[in-house]
Design a protein around this ligand. Structure first.
Ligand code: ADP
Length: 670
């Protein structure tokens, strides 16, 4: 066994690999860029080596720096995580040249699976079912149209070197084929420096289901069940689960056996994933093989009861798998939600900055435990603009799918993040969506169910009443405590009243609150003047930002932030600003004018934090709707801001090269 390994990655996956290595008694070396000097993976590792500036092209992607770090620290093997160098055959070869082991597959397997066209040919030869299509490089638009006609519409145009959902276009007619061919090719050229594209049938109502395999390179190749990853946004996975609610035992077995056949065909060693697209009639077709650990591997670990990183390390060290296919059983259900620093209410724009508060839900990772958090950040740390804005992966396990979903809902309710925007409200909305709960998934789920984006969620009446009860009970406890403060003006220490009004927006909900049992139980005698009331029980203490307890016997987790004289309650993906007022104050509150937000329609505002790369107009310029006004760069992407109506530029507020906050004014129209 190795005594020291290096992790050529950052964030949650570096921390996750370190965790297993530690448990196995293996020393760990982290590598980090300038932006990551204080990152969690650096702190968690036994040693850490700086490998260059923040942009990954100058640090995490530089194979020579990683190899130098191995040589400097005496690391005998490298775990690449996912992304970065994990599927670069040349890196793997360079390690081998220096006698350093790669904790992953061998060079030929990586090379064979690295190209979509080549891997499909291989899969076909190995008897794996592939998407009907044309596995040649397409020369021009004319040829693309001819092939699309041949394959039959709709078709998918794909970059052979593609990955991460880039360089993919769906086309329903010839015009879309021409457009899609051109844009897929351009995107492939700029993203992968390889503009080969091919065309295959677009599978309608597709589900993305993938098979985890594990091979020791010494004769044993196993399939560890499937993961369904159909909940995607722009071809990027958001929610994954294991097993799939769609597969029957026979399909699972057929897919597993084909995945194993493909793995054997390339002499696969280590953990790997064979991705399939599955149509509404359970026909399945090979998409690609990922020759690395996947982001979503924890759901497999939770239902199979194996540590995949441990298996990868053991296999890389030359051990034989001690398991046979019959030993692999799936127990219960696991769901993973990817928590990202992005604002779902603003078109999922990435968010960066300091994480002012970070309190993930409590983990329960004992055997058959039910909550796991894989994270790479900490409270006070930063989400940098240089990398993937993932904050954490939240994984829950239950006896069945409903159980896992229920756990996930509560875990999301308990997940406290402040300081950066995050997508927890969106993840909660997914977990509460009736179609998700029913398991009727396709990769178009999000596009179909949120056609005009995500507008937030509202709570149902029953939940609203429970939250009103929590607010009233909490407020009463706070007022009660306030009355205990010594030295108050005589006469103000009057007993706390039991009649209150919980005000949400401009709607008043009268409640009556009584204290029972030393303050631990609050009885709401009536809400909105209607009884019977709700019993509120909680161990909540003043100052806690997370309230957990029961209302009327129903377990509930609610985040409570002080918001001026009121509170903001967060639950089920919804945020409720509430005030708890005396009945007299509520009457007066009704008389208060509503403060309207200022009218910013004359301003061009930066839609995201970023860099003002260029301004295309000057003061006094007359502009037409659609005309380019400015370019803002954020997360390595240039965003062109255009005029949405005709007008005249009255004033420029920002200078080229400056950093912009979200909603900062760039220019003003007359
Ligand atoms: P990448 O390597 O960029 O992730 P994949 O080939 O794995 O690309 O495809 C990503 C996603 O695109 C799949 O999960 C699926 O949602 C969709 N997709 C890919 N090929 C097809 C197809 N032929 N028909 C329908 N959907 C497809």
């Amino acid at each position: 066994m190795f005594s020291k390994i290096l992790i050529a990655n950052r964030g949650e996956i570096a921390c996750r690999v370190i965790k297993t290595a530690r448990r196995m008694g293996i020393k760990t070396v982290a590598v980090y860029s300038e932006a990551d000097a204080n990152a969690l993976h650096v702190e968690r590792a036994d040693e850490a080596i700086a490998i260059g500036p923040a942009p990954s092209a100058q640090s995490y992607l530089v194979a020579d720096r990683i190899i130098a770090a191995c040589l400097a620290t005496g690391a005998q093997a490298v775990h690449p995580g996912y992304g970065f160098l994990s599927e670069k055959a040349a890196f793997c070869q360079a390690l081998a040249n220096h006698g350093i082991a790669f904790i992953g597959p061998d060079v030929p397997a990586i090379a064979a699976m690295g190209d979509k066209i080549e891997s499909k040919k291989l899969a076909r030869a190995a008897g794996v079912s592939t998407v009907p299509g044309f596995l040649g490089v397409i020369a021009d638009e004319g040829e693309a149209v001819a092939i699309a006609r041949d394959v039959g519409f709709p078709v998918m145009i794909k970059a052979s070197a593609g990955g991460g959902g880039k360089g993919m276009r769906v086309a329903y007619d010839e015009a879309q084929v021409r457009d899609g061919f051109r844009s897929a090719r351009n995107e492939a050229r700029s993203s992968f420096a390889d503009d080969r594209v091919f065309i295959e049938k677009y599978i309608e109502q597709p589900r993305h289901i993938e098979i985890q395999i594990l091979a020791d390179g010494q004769g044993t190749t196993l399939y560890l069940g499937e993961r369904e990853c159909s909940i995607q946004r722009r071809h990027q996975k958001v929610i994954e689960e294991a097993p799939s609610p769609f597969l029957d035992a026979a399909t699972r077995r057929a897919m597993g056996e084909q995945a194993v056949a493909l793995a054997r065909a390339v002499n696969y060693r280590s953990a790997g994933t064979v991705e399939f697209i599955v149509d509404a009639r359970r026909n399945f077709f090979f998409l690609e093989m990922n020759t690395r650990l996947q982001v979503e591997h924890p759901v497999t670990e939770m239902v199979v009861g194996l540590d995949l990183v441990e298996q990868m390390i053991r296999i890389a060290a030359g051990e034989k798998l001690a398991l046979r296919q019959d030993d692999i059983t799936l127990s219960g259900w696991a769901v993973e939600a990817r928590v990202y620093a992005e604002d779902p209410l603003r078109g999922f724009l990435p968010s960066t900055g300091r994480i002012a508060r970070y309190r993930p839900p409590a983990e329960d990772t004992a055997p058959h435990g039910s909550v796991r958090v894989d994270t790479g950040v900490f409270e006070g740390g930063e989400i940098s603009m240089f990398y993937d804005p993932m904050i954490a992966k939240l994984i829950t396990h239950g006896a069945d799918r409903d159980g896992a979903i229920l756990k996930m809902r509560d875990a999301l309710d308990c997940f406290e993040i402040r300081g950066v925007a995050h997508n927890i409200s969106f993840l909660s909305a997914l977990m509460n969506h009736p179609r998700f709960v029913a398991g009727r998934l396709t990769t178009n789920f999000i596009a179909e169910e949120f056609p005009s984006g995500f507008g937030g969620v509202s709570v149902d009446d029953a939940t609203r009443h429970r939250l009103i009860a929590v607010a009233a009970a909490t407020h009463r406890r706070i007022v009660e405590r306030d009355r205990q403060i010594s030295g108050q003006v005589a006469g103000l220490r009057s007993p706390v009243a039991s009649d209150w009004v919980v005000r949400i927006g401009r709607i008043n909900h009268p409640v009556t609150v009584g204290l029972v049992d030393g303050g631990a139980v609050v009885t709401i005698d009536a809400v909105d003047g209607v009884g019977p009331g709700l019993a509120v029980r909680s161990g909540w203490e003043i100052g806690d930002s997370l309230w957990t307890g029961t209302v009327d016997g129903i377990a509930l987790s609610v985040q409570i932030d002080r918001l001026g004289v009121g509170y903001r309650l967060t639950h089920g993906g919804a945020q409720l600003p509430v005030q708890v007022l005396s009945p007299a104050a509520a009457v007066l509150a009704d008389l208060m004018p509503v403060k309207l937000p200022p009218d910013m329609s004359r301003f061009l505002l930066s839609p995201m934090p970023g860099l003002l790369v260029s301004l295309a107009v000057a003061e006094g310029a007359e502009i037409k709707a659609g005309q380019e006004l400015a370019v803002v760069e954020a997360m390595k992407m240039e965003n062109i801001l255009r005029a949405d109506h005709d007008g005249v530029v009255a004033k420029i507020h920002a200078t080229t090269g400056s950093s912009l906050a979200v909603d900062q004014a760039i220019l003003e129209f007359a």
